[in-house]
Design a protein around this ligand. Sequence first.
Ligand SMILES: Nc1ccn([C@@H]2O[C@H](COP(=O)(O)OP(=O)(O)OP(=O)(O)O)[C@@H](O)[C@H]2O)c(=O)n1
Ligand SMILES: C[C@](O)(CO)[C@H](O)COP(=O)(O)O
Length: 228
Amino acid sequence: MKKYAIVVAGGKGLRMGGEIPKQFIPVQGRPVLMRTLDAFHAYDESVELIVVLPVAQQGYWNELCREYDFRIPYHLADGGETRFHSVANGLAEVPDGETDALVSVHDGVRPFVSREVIAACYESAFRERAAIPVVEVVETLRCLESNGAEGDSITVDRAQYRLVQTPQAFRADVLKTAYRQEYRPFFTDDASVVEAMGVQVKLVPGNRENIKITTPFDLKVAEALLSD
Ligand SMILES: Nc1ccn([C@@H]2O[C@H](COP(=O)(O)OP(=O)(O)OP(=O)(O)O)[C@@H](O)[C@H]2O)c(=O)n1
Ligand SMILES: C[C@](O)(CO)[C@H](O)COP(=O)(O)O
């Protein structure tokens, strides 16, 4: 069965700030995005990788690939206005009609996804059509009431919630059909897009190290995870 992985790195990284886009920042000497692609290649060399990058960053990325002698093959697609649009651009690189192919979508800034989680997502998507990794909430959770004022909130049952990670894996035809929908602001991941057309999404256990490098603090965590 053919497997694709769309690795999205088309965002602006506003919460990270800084000169270098966060997907290119070296962590323990290797750029984040390369580490993410390494993880998929280590899982299965036959996975076809599709990297989504803003047009303005593609030249810099090509330079980095030369500098680091990065040889893992991949297709390149252009970043879009939102994550939804970036995924849609990546999905255009997956040929139509490969009805039994599987496609996963992974954040380029989640380099610590485990091989087991990647495997579990593809395997579950093969059986169930759609699968995403999640982890339990380990802190007490409060819901802000009506106007979101901090004094006006209640504790909710954390057992009823999960934190969502990527890769999010799907049968190719399901994902392609879902991404023909009009963009809606609550499409913050791929599961929400697929669910909007009535497909149920299976949850599989994620790995807690699979953080989304979003803020400068996350970079410190990433350095620490690699220093063991
Ligand atoms: N237009 C966009 C927006 C986001 N992403 C990707 O989606 C993933 C998750 O987004 P996030 O980490 O929040 O990245 P940014 O949108 O870049 O961050 P911020 O919201 O801080 O600007 C990232 O790999 C990001 O590059 C993308 O491909 N295209
Ligand atoms: C897809 C995602 O990483 C799952 O947790 C997340 O929804 C991306 O959200 P962001 O606000 O664009 O970081």
